[in-house]
Design a protein around this ligand. Structure first.
Ligand code: ATP
Ligand code: MG
Length: 410
């Protein structure tokens, strides 16, 4: 199939051919100037959505209310948005209505930061009315127009500023930074989905701690849904914030964030649900928290192996990295734990029920009992025994041992 850039370029070409203005805008222009691979290419045009729809064979009305049509080329979708301004932010979260406009500059002026308010045409000409390129060159995050007003219009921009610090390693310009301190009371009206989306983007970076340092220092976290409803949220993070950077997966980072915020292990699942995360993320992060929370200061071999069998090798390893902060292990001690887990997992001849040389049917026939939950219980116990080397993974032996266990299981 064709690449994302090529798809966007075809869109620009077609719009221009039809006599419209068309530009790449926003994050993709910023990333191209930085020499980074853009996450996606957004197009802005003076053509209204109906006109865009009429020009292309395959489109989807993904954000019709906001003037956005997605144009499809094979697998590639390009979001095309009509130039617009946004009017009447009465509730500090979303504009009351969008108004289409004819000029690029007005469209760029509604955007959050100067580095995100640039456009580029097909010939590579840059449109940069707010000196975004200069700010990019010095690594500076600055609002388009007065920061207090821009944050009042949409308080999520404060969270986005923190997210871009983590993503790009930039600093926030002084007036923009100063305006952050007034944003806290405006944050609680944000939809939790928008907040979660920004946090998830922080997890994609190598330095989420730098974003959370700002959120914490400026007391923004204490205003954000769902955090503001947590009456116990500490004034300061519990562990060094840097721990967030060490988390190797988003789930570990969610787990670390919740511990940072003083959430008790038994509360973790409920708190994670408040972010409206996918069920898989909630259960995975929850399992990491639970395993990390009851990690003993020293984990003996047999207990470690049982833990791996019970929770799965991956989860236990992630939990080990989280437990580091609970117990204050050094990097060296952390490595020792990790090496041990790997060795134990490698040593175990079986790790899952599928690895056992015995299935439920054979056990049921040998016992002459009717099928029921007892079968699973016996197989789990056999698995542990085989994994710990207390019985060999051979069908005859497993069957004999299984019958012995089955007789005492009623
Ligand atoms: P990423 O590389 O993470 O996608 P991005 O800058 O493209 O970063 P998006 O959320 O995809 O971020 O938004 C696309 C563009 O829309 C931004 O570059 C910016 O111009 C504009 N934008 C997004 N959110 C806001 C907002 N809350 N207020 C003003 N402009 C915004
Ligand atoms: Mg983007």
């Amino acid at each position: 199939g064709i690449g994302a850039y090529e798809a966007a370029d075809r869109v620009l070409h077609r719009l221009e051919q039809a006599g419209y203005q068309a530009f790449l805008v926003g994050g993709c222009v910023r990333d191209r100037l930085l020499g980074r691979e853009p996450a996606d290419y957004d197009v802005a045009t003076d053509a209204v959505p109906q006109a865009v729809q009429a020009l292309f064979a395959r489109t989807a009305a993904t954000g019709w209310k906001h003037g956005t049509v997605t144009v499809l080329h094979g697998e590639q979708g390009t979001e095309v948005t009509t130039f617009r301004k946004e009017e009447g932010y009465t509730d500090f979260r979303r504009p009351d209505r969008v108004v289409y406009v004819k000029d690029l500059r007005t469209d760029l002026s509604r955007r959050d930061f100067t580095m995100n308010a640039m456009a580029e045409d097909r010939r590579g000409r840059l449109y940069d009315p707010f000196e975004g390129e200069r700010d990019l060159a010095v690594g500076r995050i600055r609002t388009v127009g007065p920061a207090p007003r821009r944050f009042r219009e949409d308080a999520l921009r404060a969270v986005r500023a923190a997210r871009f610090v983590a993503q790009l390693g930039f600093d926030i310009e002084a007036e923009t930074e100063a305006a952050l301190s007034a944003v806290q009371p405006l944050l609680r009206k944000l939809s939790v989905e928008r907040v979660t989306a920004e946090i998830e983007k922080m997890w994609e970076t190598s330095a989420p701690s730098s974003a959370f340092a700002i959120l914490w220092r400026r007391c923004l976290l204490h205003g954000l849904p769902p955090f503001y409803r947590w009456e116990f949220l500490p004034r300061k993070p519990i562990f060094p914030l840097k721990c967030l950077d060490e988390g190797a997966t988003p789930e570990e980072r969610w787990a670390l964030l919740l511990f940072q915020c003083g959430v008790k292990p038994e509360e973790v699942i409920r708190k994670l649900r408040e972010f409206r995360l996918p069920g898989r993320t909630v259960s995975e992060a929850g399992a990491i928290c639970r395993t990390a929370a009851d990690w003993p200061p020293f984990l003996p071999e047999e207990r470690g192996k049982r833990l791996i069998l019970d929770r799965g090798e991956e989860t236990v390893r992630k939990a080990g990295r989280v437990a580091r902060w609970i117990h204050g292990w050094t990097e060296e001690e952390q490595r020792t734990v990790d090496d041990r887990l790997r060795r134990w997992a490698d040593e175990m001849p079986v790790k899952e029920l599928e690895d056992l040389q015995l299935d439920g049917g054979a056990l049921i026939r040998a016992m002459g009992r009717s099928p029921g939950p007892w079968v699973g219980r016996v197989l789990r116990r056999l698995l542990v025994k085989a994994a710990l080397g207390k019985v060999s993974n051979e069908s005859g032996q497993l069957l004999r041992e299984g019958c012995r266990i089955g007789k005492s299981d009623t």
